[in-house]
Design a protein around this ligand. Structure first.
Ligand SMILES: Nc1ncnc2c1ncn2[C@@H]1O[C@H](COP(=O)(O)OP(=O)(O)OP(=O)(O)O)[C@@H](O)[C@H]1O
Ligand SMILES: [Zn+2]
Length: 461
């Protein structure tokens, strides 16, 4: 069986994935707070963990993998949105949840095995908070319940900070009912017009962090294999999840491997709702960018590196996919070769994997190319958005293939003879027909651009 190695943020090294329950892999990923359309940054963790989910299913079998991603449908941001718009909270969260599912399906993400909504798990959260109070890890004060960070000596270990550093560096809310400024809210009181549930501490609602601790435990148990999310969640959210879960379930590991994707940036800054520097996945789809192109752009950068979205990258992705789609039309998928699987299994080296896909395309190994694409959620049948693209027809593609071969041969010959006139002649003619010519050590690539005129190729036949 392929050994999967993943970078564990907690240990700061790559570790083999050894499922706690042999043959059964469990993964929890923090999902969205549902009050607005997902922006492009929000789609990055979805693509990253969807790709991992697909790899896990390939290696262990689909039935052996349990992937959970939650919806946070109770949160102060949602309450604020309802107040601003005068709309009903259930309407806002219901609509936004459906948008999210539609948009993520459009970028080729499989639905997780479970998608718990926080409001369906309030009793589990209350029970966990009671356990924490009984164990001396939390205290009730003025209708709130707070987690006492001093009660957990490993607090800060994931993000590598001490409690003193955190107090100095963080903008923590200082409140009279807190014993330590770093103590964080497990439960807070609700006014009569805010969503609330009866509890031993009065009518109120959970804090954000306890939601994930309770839902992951209900669905995956005290300990599970992989916990994922964006690296903006490492502190305080994940640090707080660990504190809650490890104190409520003594002796458990909570999550064995912590994985964090880097951010999608806009001019050097994280794309985020609060900064207002965002555009949504839906806007891109509506502009005619196929969901598969969005996915491909994400896959082209390793998940632990920050990245930008540029139109140029989108156009390159579109041309590559268009070509591969034509090449693999009516082809039956073969098998993904082991050396390619090894690349994915090495902490999701998808860019290396895509380089191999280019090689397969050059070698006209269409059935392997198709299988390789489908393993990472590309070249499938259900990916929308291509209808507005006019693909080159089969005859034109075979001329292009022929020209690609001739150009590669001409180049090899010219390396010996030092006479590049034939290479230059072909290149000039291709460029005139609107075909971009890319030559690298790996080979020759012909990419028809927006101004492609197939008729111009006829005279090169
Ligand atoms: N720019 C980004 N790049 C990659 N992942 C992101 C980016 N922004 C948010 N995420 C991830 O998206 C998920 C949902 O995040 P969240 O709903 O907090 O969005 P947000 O834009 O960060 O909102 P806010 O700015 O209001 O905090 C989380 O897993 C988070 O890590
Ligand atoms: Zn979470």
């Amino acid at each position: 069986m392929t050994e999967i190695r993943l970078w564990n943020t907690a240990s700061k090294r790559k570790e083999p994935l050894i499922p706690m329950r042999p043959g059964a892999v469990s993964m929890y990923v923090c999902g969205p707070t549902v009050y607005d359309r997902a922006h492009l940054g929000n789609a990055r963790p979805v693509v990253v963990f969807d790709t991992l989910n697909r790899l896990l299913r390939h290696v262990y079998g689909a039935d052996a993998v349990t992937y959970v991603r939650n919806f946070t449908d109770v949160d102060d941001k949602i309450i604020a949105r309802a107040e601003e718009t005068g709309r009903d909270i259930a309407q806002i969260t219901g609509e936004t949840t459906q948008w999210y599912l539609d948009d993520m399906a459009a970028i080729g993400a499989l639905e997780p095995d479970a998608m718990p909504r926080a409001t369906d798990y309030i009793p589990a959260m209350v029970a966990m908070i009671e356990t924490l109070i009984a164990g001396g890890h939390a205290y009730a004060a003025e209708g709130h319940v707070l987690f006492s960070v001093e009660s957990y000596t490993a607090y800060g270990r994931l993000s590598g900070r001490s409690v003193e550093d955190m107090i100095a560096g963080a903008r923590v809310e200082v409140a009279p009912y807190k014993r330590n400024p770093m103590d964080f809210v497990l439960w807070k009181p609700s006014t009569p017009d805010q969503p609330g549930w009866d509890s031993p501490w009065g009518r109120g609602r959970p804090g954000w962090h306890i939601e994930c601790s309770a839902m992951s435990r209900e669905l995956l148990g005290d300990s599970f294999d992989i916990h994922g999310g964006g690296n903006d969640l490492m502190f305080p959210h994940h640090e707080n999840e660990i504190a809650q879960s490890c104190c409520a379930n003594p002796g458990s590991d909570f999550a064995r491997i912590w994985m964090h994707n880097e951010m999608l940036l806009v001019e050097g800054k994280k794309m985020s709702k609060s900064l207002g520097n965002f555009f949504t996945v839906r806007e891109l789809l509506d502009q005619g960018v196929p969901g598969e192109v969005i996915r491909f752009v994400f896959l082209s950068t390793h998940y632990r590196k920050p990245m930008d979205w540029t139109e140029e990258r989108a156009n390159t992705a579109r041309r590559t996919l268009q070509k591969w789609r034509e090449q693999t039309r009516d082809v039956t998928p073969g098998d993904v070769p082991d050396h390619m699987l090894q690349l994915l299994a090495d902490d999701l080296n998808v860019s290396g994997y895509i380089a191999e896909m280019h090689q397969l395309a050059h070698a006209h190994d269409q059935s392997t190319l198709l299988a390789a694409g489908q393993l990472v959620g590309l070249l499938g049948e259900n990916l929308s958005g291509w209808e507005i693209v006019s693909p080159a027809d089969g005859a034109t593609l075979s001329i292009l293939d022929d020209l690609q071969r001739r150009l590669a041969e001409a180049r090899d010959a010219a390396m010996q003879s030092k006479d590049f006139s034939q290479v230059d002649h072909l290149k000039t003619a291709l460029l005139a027909a609107g075909v971009e010519v890319r030559m690298s050590k790996q080979g020759v690539d012909l990419v028809p651009g927006a101004g492609f005129e197939p008729a111009q190729l006829e005279r090169l036949k």
